[in-house]
Design a protein around this ligand. Structure first.
Ligand SMILES: [Zn+2]
Length: 243
């Protein structure tokens, strides 16, 4: 199998994992940078993530436009992915989602912070991007390259940026890692809710985040969770069933 084919298969699996783990609802999207051309990336056409097949995946330029003209409907927020690939050469995969348990932290003065060792990968400080600050009253969708550039700037050098009244965007050095970041962002948000209901919360220190991130980012930890999640959502079976 070519690197190109393998990348497309992994992107289909990532879509299914994120849908199955309820990071995505009918919206949300995940992309991966082209393995050979850093100026391009792969992202599905406008299809619900749970339904994405290899033939739905389109190739995009760093400007957020498809490399080959297409009649397929496209995600209007595809510029999020383009802006992050353009700004961050270290990033190989991007997720954008509206995960329910994360949403309260996008509109609250209480920051979302890591409190579990497995969630250290989300980063110690998680910024909140308020589209209104740069663009005034909008429909809150990131449908223009200028919106996306502002979002990417707020993400800075981190892996997660919350988006006020909307959701979040995560970026990482691999597809496997960005999927894990998105899933543990949700797990951490749920745990933080529950812990705050009990009383004051002790979060991970900056040193603990750095140490746990170094361990949880190891390739061994990575392959174990990816295979487990892929099997749980039936992604391998779905891919094998197609000619
Ligand atoms: Zn969105």
């Amino acid at each position: 199998m070519s690197a190109h084919q393998a990348t497309l298969r992994e992107l289909v699996i990532a879509n299914r994992i994120l849908a199955h783990e309820q990071i995505f609802d009918s919206y949300g999207h995940v992309s991966v940078r082209h393995p050979k051309d850093p100026e391009r990336f792969f992202l599905a056409a406008s299809v619900s993530p749970e339904q994405v097949q290899i033939e739905d995946i389109l190739e995009y330029g760093i400007d957020g436009q498809p490399v080959t003209a297409t009649t397929r409907a496209q995600y209007s927020e595809r510029f999020i992915h383009a802006a992050i690939y353009a700004r961050r050469p270290d990033i190989r995969a991007v997720v954008h989602a509206h995960t329910e348990s994360v949403l309260p932290f996008t509109v609250s003065s209480t920051p979302l912070r890591p409190l579990l060792h497995v969630a250290a990968i989300i980063g110690h400080d998680i910024p909140v991007w308020d589209m209104n600050a740069d663009f005034g009253d909008t429909d809150l969708l990131v449908t223009h390259p200028d919106h996306a550039a502002s979002l990417a700037q707020t993400l800075g050098s981190g892996r997660v940026v919350l988006m006020r009244g909307h959701g979040f965007t995560a970026a990482a050095a691999s597809l496997e890692l960005v999927v894990r970041v998105a899933i543990y962002l949700k797990v951490n948000a749920q745990a933080q809710w529950a812990a705050m209901a009990l009383g004051p919360v002790q979060f991970l220190s900056a040193g603990e985040v750095a140490a746990a991130d170094a361990r949880m980012g190891s390739p061994k930890a990575a392959s174990r969770v990816w295979e487990n999640w892929a099997q749980r959502c039936g992604a391998d079976v779905a891919l094998q069933a197609r000619p």
